[in-house]
Design a protein around this ligand. Structure first.
Ligand code: URA
Length: 240
């Protein structure tokens, strides 16, 4: 069953008038519910089912929009539900956020780091549609090393199955016995793309973590924690 609210509250939540002013509009016969004028202020309407008109214009509830960043730990699925019952990224925010936020794009089960969540479909479209080429930066810890020709191949683009990747920005940022840490930026998002790109040049990814999307950085947010994006960050992602 849907959510029912008093008519004056519904009108206020549409941004049409304050609750007090909405009561006046109702009393004046300016409000229709499903085509019938309603003059009693206490009447309840069902959100999403009943149609409310003010001065013969359909009015709609303004949904609060949420824009969140989460530091995803390894072992979480980037979806709302998992048919195998594994933990999901929304499990990590739903005790604080009751709105239906969904992951904006994906990170693999075994990848950690920055993932965005939102209930704004326009935002999700803007960040994830390939035509906008939103940059995503990852830190990959490789088992062993990587050759100069491997780095250059990634910079030119490599063939993964039937697909040639766009040129990537790649740099070695650290190396220790047995491992090499590489920073890589791509704007595409094919399935397991970063892991497959390194495989094509003979390197194997040990751990993978995303640190930024469209110029928005994870920073020092602890693993498993989330925070709201700032207005500036939302703007950056909408126009990156
Ligand atoms: N590339 C991968 O291989 N895995 C991810 O989770 C993201 C990009």
């Amino acid at each position: 069953m849907g959510e029912f609210v008093r008519l004056q509250k519904y009108i206020a939540r549409c941004g049409t008038a304050s609750r007090r002013a909405a009561e006046k509009m109702i009393a004046e016969g300016r409000i229709k519910v499903n085509g019938t004028v309603v003059t009693e202020p206490g009447v309840k309407v069902e959100i999403g089912a009943d149609k409310v008109y003010a001065d013969n214009e359909l009015i709609k509830i303004i949904k609060k929009k949420y824009y969140i960043m989460l530091n995803k730990p390894v072992g979480y699925i980037s979806s709302v539900h998992d048919r195998f019952g594994r933990p999901t990224v929304t499990d990590l925010v739903k005790k604080d956020i009751s709105a239906n936020v969904v992951p904006v794009g994906r990170l693999d089960f075994d990848t950690s780091g920055l993932i965005l969540l939102s209930n704004d479909g326009d935002f999700t479209y803007r960040v994830t549609h390939p035509k906008f080429k939103t940059d995503k930066t990852y830190i990959a810890e490789l088992k062993g090393g990587i050759t100069v020709s491997g780095l250059n191949a990634l910079r030119r683009g490599v063939r993964i199955e039937d697909y040639k990747t766009s040129p990537a920005e790649v740099e070695i940022i650290d190396s220790r016995p047995g491992f090499t840490t590489v920073k890589i930026t791509i704007h595409e998002g094919k399935n397991r793309q970063v892991r497959k790109m390194f495989e094509t040049v003979g390197s194997s990814v040990h751990t993978l973590s995303r640190i930024s999307i469209g110029g928005v950085h994870l920073g020092h947010l602890a693993e498993g924690k989330w925070r709201y994006l700032t207005g500036h960050e939302i703007n950056m992602l909408m126009h990156s």
